[in-house]
Design a protein around this ligand. Structure first.
Ligand SMILES: Cc1ncc(COP(=O)(O)O)c(C=O)c1O
Length: 290
């Protein structure tokens, strides 16, 4: 495509690290926009990006999180259309990004099918559970199962301090139809259509919009959406760590928090995507329990 610069936005820093890794491999300039709040709370990933040769630009507008980083990335992209390629980290942004990101992430559901067939003798689960920020890991988890009604889809969004507190990122439950970053979807907004500042303890879920695919699945009642609060996510993360020896990312901990709110039958096959590891979140986990 003749592009010389790669730009990206990141919340938790996972997408920033992935993009910086690819740029290191291809020897290309890499610029990552990240809200200042997230630069501080996910600093391990910031150090990784710097080691990989990327420039991390802290964004200081709004509440200095993912929405604000995405604003700046889109501004950069608009100013450098000829030499810059924008790699978006979730199923958000203008078409064809949500579709493209969902297709790329669909390796997850392909793998789920393969492993279930090997281990359980059937290629579909009864439940699929994933957290949703913008929606990429959830889209990948459900991609090859969307049209199969035997499978229950459960999406866990960030309740923050509670959906009634005003400090929340429960976009599907609280959002109204609007436009954010070039997509028509549910948006947390005030009566005048101004986007409201979201809140979540987890940087990757702290976003006032949601992928249009997920908004549609919720509107069609194809997906069940649960809001998991900060404390419920933290508790679930500690439980997984104790039971399985796996420290999950704070984002994934929201998916785990959904388990307690659901009722299963003994033989149900439940697949839950643990979208990332929790090394980046150890300080937050420890601080919460102090
Ligand atoms: C580990 C992890 N899981 C989930 C998410 C949420 O993103 P998405 O909803 O696009 O999967 C993030 C975002 O940064 C993340 O870092």
């Amino acid at each position: 495509m003749g592009k010389k610069r790669i730009i990206a936005e990141t919340g938790a820093g996972q997408h920033g690290v992935a993009t910086a890794t690819v740029c290191a491999l291809m020897n290309m300039e890499c610029i990552v926009y990240m809200g200042k709040t997230d630069v501080e709370r996910q600093h391990i990933n910031v150090e990784k990006m710097k080691m990989l040769g990327a420039t991390v630009i802290p964004v200081t507008s709004g509440n200095m999180t993912l929405k604000d980083a995405t604003n700046e990335a889109i501004r950069d992209w608009c100013c450098h259309p000829s030499d810059t390629y924008y790699i978006i980290g979730s199923t958000v942004g203008p078409h064809p990004y949500p579709d493209m990101v969902a297709r790329l992430q669909s390796v997850i559901s392909k793998e789920i099918k393969k492993q279930l067939l090997e281990k359980e003798g059937r290629d579909h689960p009864d439940y699929l559970i994933a957290c949703v920020g913008g929606g990429s890991n959830a889209a990948g988890t459900i991609y090859h199962f969307i049209n199969d009604e035997r499978i229950n889809i459960v999406l866990a969004e960030a309740g923050g301090k509670g959906i009634e507190t005003g400090m929340t990122a429960a976009t599907i439950q609280l959002g109204k139809m609007g436009i954010i970053h070039g997509a028509r979807t549910y948006v947390i907004q005030d009566e005048d259509g101004q986007i409201e500042e979201p809140y979540s303890i987890s940087a990757g879920l702290d976003y006032p919009g949601i992928g249009p695919i997920h908004a549609n699945l919720a509107a069609q009642k194809r997906a069940t959406v649960l809001a998991i609060n900060d404390d419920e996510a933290i508790e679930a993360a500690y439980e997984l760590t104790k039971l399985e020896g796996i420290i999950p990312a704070l984002e994934s901990a929201h998916a785990l928090g959904a388990l307690k709110k659901m009722k299963f039958k003994t033989n149900d096959i439940v697949v839950l995507t643990v979208s990332g590891r929790g090394d980046k979140d150890v300080e937050t986990y420890l601080a919460f329990n102090d």
